[in-house]
Design a protein around this ligand. Sequence first.
Ligand code: ASP
Length: 592
Amino acid sequence: MLLKRTHGAGTLRAEHEGQTVTLSGWVRKRRDQGGVIFIDLWDRSGLVQTVFDSSECPAAHAVADQCRGEFVLAVQGLVRLRPAGTQNDKLDTGAVEVRAISAEILNPSKTPPFQLTDERISEEIRLEHRYIDLRRPQMQANLKLRHQVVKACRDTLDSLGFWEVETPCLIRSTPEGARDYVVPSRLYAGKFYALPQSPQLFKQMLQVSGVERYFQIARCFRDEDARADRQPEFTQIDLEMSFVEQEDVFAVVERVISAMWAAAGVELETPFPRLSHHEALDRFGSDKPDMRFGMELKDLGDIFADSELRVFQNALASGGRIRGIAAPGCAGYSRKQIDDLTQLARRFGAGGLVSILVESSGYRSSIQRYLTQEQVDRICERLSAGPGDLILIVADRASVVSEALNRLRLHLGQALGLIDSTSWKFAWILDFPLFEADDSGALSPSHHPFSHPKNPRDVELLETAPTEVIGSVYDLAVNGVEMGSGSIRVHDPRLQLKILELIGISEEKAWERFGFLLHALSYGAPPHGGIALGVDRIVQMLAGEQTIRDVIAFPKTASGIDLMLDCPSELDAAQLKELHLDVVLPAADDPA
Ligand code: ASP
């Protein structure tokens, strides 16, 4: 390399006029006008026009003549103001150009598989050639933003006395929640490591070790079924603190989140509002409510207490709910539009949807003959609705009513343009039940089995009414997205055994699977708690990207494939043998 870079291509301005500079970068665009060749030279700092004039500098022109798209080129030249009328306002460097004195091709390039200036390249091609895709300005901006946001997080935690500690990636398989990815051991035939679903137990043990304030930008792995915007590996800001209550965790996280948003140029107001899990479901039908708009859910059960409508009677008799929302200005909705809303409600479990179109002269409803004007008036009052509005009611099991109305609310919020896409509405969601029960009554932890019951009364309820136990468990939600979750942890080994037993892990099994944790808790574990925040999602939201893949340098597809590496892939026979593995493929007709 003869020419050594002195400036970034994107940094040149009018004030550099008259300077001799050396640039190195990629040929983004080349226009040959006979004796003069123009090359837009790009590097990470931006792009500038370089000019190779055969009458000024025939040697440099000869080099430019050989250049093609994405060749790597070094250019030494003189910065000149562009001639009047040829400035380019769209470019930061648009006032100047660099007139080449000498040039050197550092490496040629094959013709790229897509035009880097093209906005509509298929994602498959982009992912297969990710190293080129990442040269596009949008992807460069995302990588840079991610760096800045994560750095702000690190710096803030450092300033608050947190230590960054790495925890292992090869660990013991302790499946709960999602499936583990496992790694066969060559040295120990028939034995396996697992990749961590999160550093949860390590960060707890670091508290036993007296680290007091731990964090890690941690890679986590979960072998779940593919879902559109989920990755098999993802990054969390994982943190844990000793001698704290949940408010102490919130205060730290509010500082961290504010710094991360500030790094992206957004100022946030803290503290974030706190909503109990119960209140969130009650008002929004969701434990990650989008609070950028109203349309809150209201209970209408009392208004329909004497209704003759069978669905209402059944819902109330079986302990279900009748609840509704009001969509402003939608009283003119057509039959087809109401049918579409009904389909949406059905998709999320509702048996049907009751609609009332409120007009100044009365109302029209799908249950016209079961309604009285007085009932409609009371509903309108409760929902703050009036003529011109559309009321939607679902009667069913409480969870179905919440989910269906939540989906309708989100859909209508979007469709009616009620959501201010520039605003950030954070909320802490608190007081989750410690357990969820399935239809058979079997309990599973609402988050994970290491969370502490909230109050002494909740500890007592473990014995008598575990489904009523509230946990010191919290989520951070923003704009309808769950951004993180955490809890105050169990630090008493007997209580930990009790909670494991309630979710069906006997004492013997508990010692077998979590013996290291139970031992650690027995040797002076301080009270502690923490949280994990999803980095990929945070950067995606800050970048305004539609998919999480656009803020991950080398993501997998929605179906978990790495198109660049072409994996998962097979192992050859020698490798399998060394790992003591036999592969049994499912038969063609076996659904597994
Ligand atoms: N380990 C939990 C998770 O990954 C978060 C936490 O409780 O800190 O979801």
